[in-house]
Design a protein around this ligand. Structure first.
Ligand SMILES: [Zn+2]
Length: 169
């Protein structure tokens, strides 16, 4: 099933998500639904709080359906290694239309669990590194705009407030 994407302003996006302890069919279903919802929204990454579910799970496919092996499910992920720096445009399905330059690590390793509860490690560079950091941030209640300047963030929030008032958000 395709869930609607929760937009910035919803409290679920700014609180830490709960650790997952049950690795059952329901979790598999949630992962399937998250991929479906992510593709429907034209995203390359999605965290559970973005569909209103405060659980520590994220899905990523930086190839957007090109390579079935590129589909990544991260349960309870944590970043265990970062290396280098790279600045690039970043966006978020919960902040549609906006993109900002964000400096992040170039190479990142995340440790997580898969849908069976087994420990996995995923290392990525550039876009995948950025997705690993961005999605793990979501599970900690943190949005990418926390990595931009306060001035830019205030401008963005002002624009969003206007859109909310106009019924466009
Ligand atoms: Zn996001």
């Amino acid at each position: 099933m395709i869930y609607p994407i929760v937009k910035y302003g919803a409290p679920v996006l700014e609180k830490p998500s709960a650790t997952i302890t049950e690795f059952d069919d329901e979790l598999q279903q949630l992962a399937d639904d998250m991929f479906e919802s992510m593709y429907a929204a034209h995203g390359v990454g999605l965290a559970a709080p973005q569909i209103g579910i405060s659980k520590r799970m994220a899905v990523i496919d930086v190839t957007f359906k090109e390579d079935p092996d590129a589909k990544i499910v991260l349960v309870n992920p944590e970043i265990i290694h970062v290396e280098g720096r790279i600045t690039s445009n970043e966006g978020c399905l919960s902040l549609p239309e906006f993109r900002e330059k964000v400096t992040r690590a170039r190479r990142v390793t995340a440790r997580a669990q898969n849908l069976k509860g087994e420990t996995i490690e995923v290392t990525g560079e550039e876009l995948l590194a950025r997705a690993l950091l961005h999605e793990t941030d979501h599970l900690n209640g943190k949005l990418y705009i926390s990595h931009i300047s306060a001035l830019k963030r205030d401008m963005l929030k002002r624009k969003i407030r206007k859109m909310v008032k106009a019924g466009e958000w």
